[in-house]
Ligand binder design. Structure first.
Ligand code: ADP
Ligand code: 5GP
Length: 184
């Protein structure tokens, strides 16, 4: 049995997952964030080993063969996966957060039933769209794609262990922390 809790955080794009996770990492030095592997090219300002490990499709497929991923899936013609050894090593040191989509999260639960799944939900659809637009990191076409995916992501909430509404940010962060403290 590993030492830490494996906490999987999902939710539609723009709901505030990254913001919440950053605050949790600042509050708790014993929590690590897993870095996924992807075959997509880095965007401006993304560096290897920071946002993702950027690897070739051939290398990714080799890792699939070797059983190197806890889970993986394809989005918009690129592969994304959670590196198994990386996560298991970090779990020996403390808690580990995975910030991945619903399909990946439900696949993690199949291989690691002790994983705790937490869905971050917006207070309303309007608030979600406003946050996504307000962030200013995607063009209109990409925003439309992410909005189209939001309902699907949220439809999986009943399969999650916890649902947290990110209305007031600090309250949402407190709730995630309470899950790690096993208080709720
Ligand atoms: P995600 O990682 O889920 O795609 P982000 O963390 O990038 O989302 O958040 C999207 C935008 O919403 C950011 O501009 C962030 O500052 C803002 N945001 C996050 N949480 C809240 C909140 N509780 N209230 C208002 N705005 C928020
Ligand atoms: P982006 O290219 O915008 O960073 O991510 C595209 C999609 O890939 C998002 O829905 C994101 O949640 C998902 N994703 C990122 N990392 C992983 C991962 O390790 N596994 C899975 N299944 N999906 C991931």
């Amino acid at each position: 049995m590993s030492k830490g809790t494996l906490l999987v955080i999902s939710g539609p794009s723009g709901v505030g997952k990254g913001t919440i996770v950053k605050k949790i990492l600042a509050r708790r030095p014993n929590v690590s964030l897993s870095i996924s592997c992807t075959t997509r090219a880095p965007r401006d300002g993304e560096y290897d080993g920071e946002s993702y490990f950027f690897i070739s499709r051939r290398k990714f497929e080799e890792q699939i063969e070797k059983g190197g991923f806890l889970e993986y899936s394809e989005h918009f013609h690129n592969l994304y996966g959670t590196p198994k050894k990386f996560v298991e090593d970090m779990l020996e040191e403390g808690d580990v957060i995975l910030e991945i989509d619903v399909d990946g999260a439900l696949n993690v639960k199949k291989v690691k039933p002790e994983a705790v799944l937490c869905m971050i939900e917006p207070p309303s659809k309007e608030a979600l769209y406003a946050r996504l637009r307000g962030r200013g990191t995607e063009d209109e076409e990409e925003i439309a794609r992410r909005i189209a995916r939001a309902d699907y992501e949220l439809s999986k909430s009943p399969e999650y262990d916890y649902e947290i509404i990110n209305d007031d940010l600090e309250t949402a962060v407190d709730r995630v922390e309470a899950i790690l403290n096993k208080e709720i």
